[in-house]
Design a protein around this ligand. Structure first.
Ligand code: FAD
Length: 440
């Protein structure tokens, strides 16, 4: 006898498809949303939407790229998508690429495709929060199950804020105390995936090239040497971890910020930004190395400590209204910055006349990645150190040009470096007095 329908797991019903909406989280390893989408589904639609908000060519921008993203980051994203497509193909699936305003495209897909579960990684950035609300509201009204796990970060920022009585912790040490040891289990490694469902009349694209998006590569004299994608992320991670002594003794801010051939740090930030690398997997790998060495450094200076800085900024950013602005931001000092666009342009175009500052700004334009202390130098120089230009202006330039551009971390560090928040007393080499909040 057949069981009554109500006793059936909906995923056992015929025609139970899932839509996996990729935005960040561009990976197959440790991807709980992808795992859930695949579990018990007859078909899975792995979707990525090319979003004009980030991707439309801006011929008037001060350097090649779109209004919001420099060409290096767009290229990094396209490489990451091509790599994801190739990994999905190995599992018997593929990436479905569409173009348009993401929530509109998604709603059209939910309407036209056979979807019972909508799965996507939870995102704390305000831009995605707004998109996700629209998607969730639509899906719920249509009776589609929504699964949106926290897997971009090690901790759930909302949990930490709740533990702190509804307010985000404002110091790294208090964050560490509240957070404690993380408890997560990595999602299972997929060995296959259900096939892609019928896409009806939807015109699916291949992952586009820069040229197909209208970008003419010759306008960029040099591209970043860091290639996008999960495969490259895992290769870089393995390479870093293979030197156990280096991992165990990692101590920031020690390390040469001008080491270009072999950078002094992991350069995993762009992979964490796009989720080509799971921060939880990275964390677990580091802990495994620590188990096998006699001594290792600790937060805030260790590599685990670096990942926890990321968690700290995600938590504060999530719990602070208007985090990315001076006005209306309760944790930001109100400072009468100047709005001198000539000084800003000289800084952006590496024309300050200070070789160290200009070299870093050249690296930003050409590579989209600089060592942390190099970022310190130019951020400090633009704001409290020399030019007294508003931190939001420097933030915007980093946000556009960095390949690891990350809303929470970038804003958090600009607030810090401009002495607008977290840290107010500068280190003075003359008086040999150290600042209270040492940021590494
Ligand atoms: C003004 C300014 C702006 C910045 N903007 C960004 C940004 O947009 N995106 C970004 O990822 N980082 C940003 N950083 C933080 C930091 O400089 C980079 O994360 C780091 O240099 C990346 O190199 P890595 O991956 O080799 O780091 P590693 O030292 O190898 O650290 C491993 C990981 O820890 C995290 N991490 C390290 N340092 C920090 C930090 N200070 N705050 C938060 N997380 C950290 C990153 O995810 C990094 O990939 C900024 C720093 C400054 C001073």
């Amino acid at each position: 006898m057949k069981p009554p329908l109500s006793l059936l797991n909906p995923s056992m019903l015929s025609g139970s498809g899932s839509l996996m909406w990729f935005r960040k989280g561009l990976r197959v390893h440790d991807n709980p949303a992808l795992e859930y989408a695949s579990r018990g589904s007859t078909c899975v639609y792995p979707l990525f939407v090319i979003d004009p908000h980030y991707m439309v060519l801006d011929p008037n921008a001060y350097s090649p790229g779109s209004t919001r993203a420099g060409i290096n980051r767009i290229r990094f994203l396209l490489e990451s998508l091509a790599d994801l497509d190739s990994s999905l193909k190995k599992l018997g699936s593929r990436l479905l690429v569409l173009k348009g305003e993401p929530s509109e495209v998604l709603i059209r897909c939910l309407n036209e495709w056979d979807v019972r579960k909508l799965c996507f990684e939870y995102d704390t950035d305000p831009y995605y929060q707004a998109l996700d609300d629209k998607a969730k509201n639509y899906a719920s009204a249509a009776g589609i199950e929504v699964f949106s796990p926290v897997s971009h970060t090690i901790f759930d920022p909302a949990d930490i804020i709740e533990k702190n009585g509804g307010r985000p912790p404002l110091s790294y040490q208090s964050f560490l105390k509240l957070a404690g040891e993380p408890s997560f289990s990595l999602s299972v490694e997929l060995s296959w995936m259900p096939p892609v469902g019928d896409v009806g009349r939807c015109e699916i694209l291949q992952v586009p090239t820069l040229k197909e998006l209208g970008y003419v590569e010759k306008h960029q004299d040099e591209f970043t040497p860091f290639r996008g994608g999960e495969s490259e992320a895992l290769r870089r991670l393995r390479e870093s971890l293979s030197d156990k002594e280096w991992v165990a003794n990692f101590e920031k801010p020690k390390g040469d910020p001008s080491a270009y051939i072999k950078p002094a740090t992991t350069v995993l930030s762009p992979y964490l930004k796009f989720g080509c690398l799971s921060s939880r997997y990275f964390y677990q790998c580091l802990k495994d190395v620590y188990k096998n060495v006699k001594r290792h450094t600790s937060p805030p200076v260790s590599l685990v400590g670096q990942l926890l800085w990321r968690e700290f900024f995600y938590t504060v950013a999530f719990g602070t209204p208007n985090f990315d602005e001076m006005k209306g931001n309760k944790i930001c000092k109100q400072i009468p910055w100047n709005d001198d666009d000539k000084l800003l342009a000289a800084w952006r175009e590496a024309r300050t006349g200070y070789p160290w500052i200009d070299a870093i700004m050249v690296q930003l334009r050409k590579w989209g990645w600089m060592h942390h202390l190099a970022r310190h130098s130019v951020a400090c120089f633009l704001t409290r150190g020399d030019l007294f230009v508003h931190w939001e202006k420097g933030r915007d330039i980093f946000e556009r040009l960095l390949i690891d551009s990350d809303w929470a971390i970038n804003n958090g560090n600009w607030l810090w470096l401009s002495c607008s928040s977290f840290f107010y007393q500068a280190f003075s080499p003359h008086t040999k007095r150290h600042a209270k909040g040492i940021h590494i």
